[in-house]
Design a protein. Structure first.
Length: 440
């Protein structure tokens, strides 16, 4: 059900009977507090039980519903999104996805194709309540001259709705070539981008990570790498990234996505990596939906249920003091056939998959994994908190508790941006029919 943009009129409103997790204010606490919230001129002016409407001031009764910050999706692939209808992944495998996306890119990724699919995806994310997105962009020489200018235009068009960041995504062979990494860094710099790549169990993984760190340091860039997206326990690119950062005394922000092999390594090997990752201050992003879709998928015709699901060790990383985030990853493409850039869905599924609901006193602190923590690690201007003096960018849910939040999809949420409730009608898939074809 769409929320009307006329839920309240004027520039001032008091949200009554709201329930705010401490994590909504960026605090590491499992507590939830009841409060009223005054919003005026697009900002939060006051929070407290004693905040009441002035004569003639509008109010909205949240009826004990949870109020959380607008959300941060710190690992996506906007350039790949919504190609499933024209390019399906018949066997659901990782290698199949790589091959099929490459073929789709060669055949279809014109400026118009990328722009229309990106815009569709961003409208979905905005409607669901996301305020900041980091996207990886395939960045081989032929594609980056097309994709990055389109992204730059899209960032300008969406500047007042979603804050956008780009990351250069290159493959392991390019990462192992220092001059190629430098060329990518040189390209990224004027766009205010981040240097990244994807590598798992590769014989030159340590060299690849050293090249990424060296080039990022030379060009003053942050780092965001796909690490160890495999169940192979020998894959150690995350460890190499952390060790290289420490050896080089790199001072930028670094982030690693996936890190699936941690879940298949022995406890002592994983602990050693986690210690280094924490020391190097590498933020780790879990992509539970995509990893569950791809990892341990059996060949076509095999009759075996998947057993090793590839979710990284989020609890152990968090306990060690590492910054941990969760994010969407791919959307309706060969790497993940589903999804809608809905971070409420990601949070609900992460709670089930990673069992972050216990101990219950800490459960609400995980809200920071899709708000304040990724906002800080990615250096977004938006900080992912609800605080006095900050922009009133938030999501009002009907759910009043953890159980209610995770039991229904919260499709009736109210999304507030700059103090006003937006229209939450999602774009229709048929808009893309002329681009990617109608479903058969």
């Amino acid at each position: 059900m769409a929320a009307s943009a006329a839920s309240w009129a004027g520039d001032s409103v008091v949200l009554l009977n709201a329930r705010l997790p401490d994590a909504a204010r960026g605090l590491a606490s499992g507590k939830v507090q009841s409060a009223n919230v005054r919003i005026a001129d697009g900002k939060v002016l006051a929070i407290g039980a004693d905040v009441t409407p002035e004569p003639g001031e509008a109010s909205h009764d949240c009826r004990g519903g949870l109020v959380v910050p607008a959300l941060v999706d710190v690992h996506t692939h906007l350039d790949k999104g919504h190609i499933w209808t024209r390019t399906e992944n018949p066997d659901g495998s990782f290698l199949g996805a790589l091959r099929l996306v490459g073929a789709d890119r060669q055949a279809h990724w014109s400026a118009e194709d990328i722009e229309r699919r990106m815009d569709f995806a961003l409208r979905c994310a905005f409607t669901h309540g996301t305020a900041a997105i980091r996207t990886h962009l395939d960045s081989d020489p032929a594609q980056r001259v097309v994709s990055w200018p389109i992204f730059d235009n899209m960032r300008d068009a969406w500047r007042d709705r979603i804050e956008l960041q780009p990351v250069a995504l290159i493959g392991p062979d390019s990462m192992c070539d220092l001059e190629e990494v430098r060329a990518v860094a040189r390209w990224v710099k004027p766009f205010g981008g981040v240097l990244g790549g994807a590598i798992a169990n590769h014989p030159d993984a340590r060299t690849a990570m050293a090249n990424i760190v060296k080039a990022a340091d030379e060009f003053g860039l942050d780092i965001d790498v796909h690490c160890d997206e495999t169940l192979d326990p020998e894959a150690s690119s995350l460890l190499y990234l952390a060790e290289t950062i420490l050896e080089a005394k790199y001072e930028g922000h670094a982030q690693a996505g996936h890190c699936c092999s941690l879940a298949t390594q022995s406890a002592d090997v994983a602990a050693r990596t986690i210690d280094k990752v924490t020391e190097a201050k590498v933020a780790v992003v879990s992509l539970p939906l995509c990893n569950m879709y791809l990892q341990d998928r059996q060949p076509e015709g095999a009759v075996r249920t998947p057993r090793l699901r590839g979710i990284t060790l989020v609890k152990e990383l968090k306990a060690a003091g590492c910054t941990v985030a969760v994010a969407s990853d791919n959307t309706r493409d060969p790497f993940y056939a589903y999804g809608d850039l809905d971070m409420v869905e990601v949070f609900r599924e992460a709670a089930r998959i990673a069992q972050i609901d216990h101990p219950s006193d800490d459960a609400w602190d995980w809200l920071r994994a899709l708000t304040a923590l990724p906002a800080a690690s990615a250096r977004f201007a938006y900080d992912g908190t609800i605080a006095v003096g900050h922009a009133a960018d938030l999501v009002i849910l009907r759910a009043r508790s953890w159980s209610e939040l995770h039991s229904r999809p919260q499709a009736d949420r109210i999304v507030v941006r700059s103090g006003r409730a937006i229209d939450t009608t999602l774009p229709d898939y048929s808009e893309l029919d002329g681009l990617i074809g109608a479903p058969s």
